[in-house]
Design a protein around this ligand. Structure first.
Ligand SMILES: *Cc1c(COP(=O)(O)O)cnc(C)c1O
Length: 396
């Protein structure tokens, strides 16, 4: 017999990245069909129904655009369509993604002010309110906020930002990135007074990467007509003019085949049940992490504000001096479990468990058990009992 053992991972990969996420078989099958002319009435009806469905998920009755791009494209579209060179916007710091959006806005010629925050605790809304009330001349044209900061696993309470704007009687637009909360956590664009909502296909919508959606309020549409930043592919005005398909270039028809199925899945389960499932799975994940760190020597929850912890991603802080690289490598290469790493300054210091999109109890328990296995293999100190704590949480 050959003494060498083939350690190539077998079986289905457990995919717990916080994006992209698992694409359900139903969606893969829905996309497995021949292409269609994007101007054919049959396709236009599919597209119309999908756009109406996404509005139900965003809880908006206003304008919706879809771009063949990642979420970054929709970020760029929002900036390019709303502002003119030299305009000032206020970025609410939440973590890596908020700072990337800031960098993009600056690169496009916008002045950016930041409300700084402790990444582990989340921003103090009073600081946002204070800055707004100081801005008597209304130089701040918009607030850019990430609803669910995927790097830190903390949620930003958008209704409180809205209240800060209203209390200061400040006319700034409120832009929000819901890329990693859309379809996994509650989001109410119109009720929360959001002017621009940016979402992506590859997270809670359970689709491949490559389609971004943008909800735009009437107030933001009005502001966009005065914007002077250059744009063409991302121009909302040009898109509106290209009726009926509303795309610059070829419409990605297969995305709509997938989106049609995704919306069907979300609505069969019911959005509130989808959110409740994510809350349950997130709480079980947190129970496991708390157990791992119970003696103060193991990994712990990165987020320190309990009522802001995300229900779609959990960021886990490694013990001091222990890198997350080894355990993530073991998880992926030996056990076929894909976990998220740390972004920017958190690289190596944390790992992230994505629990958004198409996920159930056995998938999560498999992930948590295998995370323990990977930590043991890589020599990461942790208290046993994480999986038991997750089971207790799920059973209770
Ligand atoms: C994933 C993610 C992005 C980036 O989206 P892309 O589709 O990769 O461009 C931006 N913001 C948040 C909060 C995300 O989770």
């Amino acid at each position: 017999m050959n003494a060498s053992v083939n350690t190539k991972p077998r079986g289905r990969q457990f995919f717990n990245n916080p994006g992209p996420t698992n694409i359900p078989d139903r969606i893969l099958r829905a996309m497995d069909r021949p292409v269609m002319d994007f101007m054919a009435p049959e396709f236009l009806e599919i597209q119309r129904a999908c756009m109406a469905g996404v509005k139900r998920v965003l809880k908006t009755d206003q304008t919706l655009f879809a771009h063949a791009s990642t979420g970054h494209g929709a970020w760029e579209a929002a900036v390019a369509n709303l502002f003119s060179p030299g305009d000032t916007v206020l970025v609410v710091e939440t973590g890596y993604f908020s700072l990337s959006w800031k960098e993009m806005a600056e690169t496009l010629g916008i002045k950016v002010e930041t409300v700084a925050a402790d990444w582990r605790k989340g921003v103090d809304i009073a600081k946002v309110a204070e800055r707004l009330s100081q801005d008597k001349a209304h130089e701040i044209k918009a607030i850019l906020a990430v609803h669910n900061e995927t790097a830190t696993g903390l949620v930003l309470p958008l209704p409180e930002i809205r209240r800060a704007l209203d209390d200061a009687k400040h006319p700034a637009l409120l832009l929000s990135d819901t890329i990693s909360s859309l379809g996994s956590m509650e989001y109410k664009m119109d009720a929360w007074g959001i002017d621009v909502t940016i979402g992506g296909s590859q997270k809670g919508l359970m689709l491949p990467t490559g389609m971004a959606i943008t909800g735009v309020s009437a107030k933001a549409m009005e502001a966009s007509r005065k914007s002077k930043l250059p744009k063409y592919y991302f121009s909302w005005e040009l898109m509106e003019a290209r009726k009926p398909q509303r795309f610059i270039g070829t419409v990605p028809v297969h995305f709509f085949f997938g989106l049609q199925e995704s919306l069907k899945m979300l609505e069969e389960e019911g959005l509130d049940s989808v959110f409740a499932r994510h809350a349950r799975l997130a709480e079980a994940t947190r129970a496991a992490v708390r157990a791992w760190g119970a003696d103060g020597k193991g990994p712990t929850l990165y987020g320190q504000t309990p009522d802001r912890l995300s229900n779609s991603v959990t960021t886990v802080l490694m013990p001091e001096g222990v890198s997350s690289d080894g355990m993530r490598k073991a998880a992926l290469e030996r056990f076929n479990l894909s976990l998220g790493g740390g972004l920017g300054p958190l690289m190596g210091k944390v790992f992230r468990i994505g629990h958004m999109g198409d996920l159930n109890e056995p998938m999560l328990l498999g992930c948590l058990a295998t995370t323990e296995l990977a930590m043991k293999t890589a020599g990461v100190p942790f208290c046993p009992g994480g999986v038991d704590a997750a089971i207790q949480s799920l059973a209770g």
